[in-house]
Design a binder for this molecule. Structure first.
Ligand SMILES: [Zn+2]
Length: 414
């Protein structure tokens, strides 16, 4: 059964629009890259709003922000709700913002009702989720979860040579709190950033996990020779091998439909001349699936295909694995709480795997975690035209609140 607490859809929407003006672009998006003046401004706004609610705001050594409201049991670790307020250079109004501001709306609702939770509730704004200025993405949550050290984060430089540490201090948001704290659960509301919910007219995506990603580089060496004088049977054409391999990647992805994806996204051809048979091609392969065993099978199929293509085209192919990010399965109890909340509120919903990385990926290593997706128009994100409806944002925030309250109830009062 849902609670009798109701978030205020108009208040949530007004907050989304108000903060969208900080770094707002002419095309209706947001340019609020991490650790810029605009990021500092929205951080100040968030702190003031949270403190006005009576929350205690702490900032840790990598700038992650926590707005905490005590529960009736100080012995319990907090339940955290959040996401990120930084954006891509041409970002939209909802990516990340909805997760933080939806959590803030849930907090406002609790405060307005005088509702006492068992565990403390905390709204989180993670530093540098986007990774647009300082790679990698999901950095603040990554340090929090122990994936990176604070020193590693501090040393990362942007293209202008400014380090993360210097930029953090430059905007005055290096906090004093030690990074990391025990949490009872972590929930993150986010736009889907894909087309599935909209196409199926679902309001809520119950995110069960995040797909694993593996990147490879293949260097194909054939033999450069004259395009006019070299008979077809005597060629060792690196580009033809690349083309065959690209089709093999397609076949592998389709063989593991509907959720597997495979992409050849970058190809460099040498000498890249119209009348020379390419001697060298370097190409990337990106394979993704939500199940690591399937991903391993796809990888094995790719290596077998590489051997076949190399033999068939008389070329040499050397491969290197660039990235291997394991798939994430969210905590069954947290996922069930999200599903039950959507169900109880009467929202059309479906289970869904996230195609993109989120702070919840790192958080799931250290706390029971799950995510809630709402649809976005045409599946468009990382784009100034990114759009979601008031109703969908409100539904997501309400599910976030209900799921958090259900998890809180499980922790027990006295
Ligand atoms: Zn995001």
């Amino acid at each position: 059964m849902p609670s009798n607490l109701r978030i205020d859809p108009e208040r949530l929407w007004a907050t989304l629009m108000q903060t969208a003006a900080i770094g707002g672009t002419a095309k209706g998006g947001i340019n609020r890259q991490t650790l810029t003046a605009e990021d500092g401004q929205v951080r100040g706004w968030f702190k003031r709003e949270a403190e006005a609610l009576g929350c205690r705001v702490t900032v840790d050594e990598v700038g992650n922000m926590f707005a905490l409201r005590p529960g009736r049991r100080p012995d319990l670790a907090p339940i955290a709700l959040g996401s990120h307020l930084d954006t891509q250079p041409t970002g939209g109004k909802f990516d990340g913002n909805l997760g933080v501001l939806g959590a803030l709306e849930a907090m406002r609702t609790l405060v307005a009702a005088g509702y006492e939770t068992n565990a403390p509730f905390v709204v989180v704004n993670w530093t540098n989720e986007e990774g647009a200025r300082f790679a990698p993405a999901m950095l603040g949550s990554g340090v929090f979860a122990g994936v990176y050290s604070r020193a590693e984060a501090d040393a990362i430089a942007d293209i202008a040579g400014v380090t993360f540490g210097a930029a953090l201090e430059g905007i005055g948001w290096r906090g004093e709190a030690e990074v990391g704290m025990p949490l009872s659960a972590y929930l993150e509301l986010h736009i889907e950033q894909g087309p599935i919910l909209e196409a199926e007219e679902k309001v809520i995506g119950v995110v069960t996990g995040v797909q694993g990603v593996r990147w490879y580089e293949a260097a194909i060496t054939g033999r450069e020779s004259h395009a006019g004088t070299t008979p077809m049977p005597r060629r060792a054409d690196a580009m033809v091998a690349c083309a065959r391999l690209a089709l093999e990647v397609l076949t592998i992805a389709l063989a593991h439909a509907p959720t597997a994806v495979g992409t050849v996204g970058r190809v460099e051809v040498e000498p890249n001349s119209p009348n020379v048979i390419p001697g060298v091609v370097r190409m990337t392969v990106d394979l993704r699936h939500h199940d690591d065993a399937t991903l391993a099978a796809m990888e094995a199929e790719m290596y077998a295909a590489i051997d076949r293509v190399a033999a068939g085209e008389k070329v040499q192919i050397e491969t290197k694995k660039l990235h291997d990010i394991a798939a994430v399965r969210f905590d069954p109890q947290c996922v069930a709480a999200v599903r039950a909340a959507a169900e109880g509120l009467g929202h059309a919903h479906r289970d869904i795997i996230s195609g993109a990385g989120h702070d919840a990926v790192h958080m799931s290593r250290i706390a029971p975690s799950a995510m809630i997706f709402v649809p976005c128009k045409d599946g468009l994100s990382h784009n100034e035209a990114e759009s979601a409806t008031l109703d969908h944002c409100a539904a997501g925030a309400q599910v976030l609140l209900e799921a958090a309250l259900a998890l809180d109830a499980k922790l027990g009062g006295h």
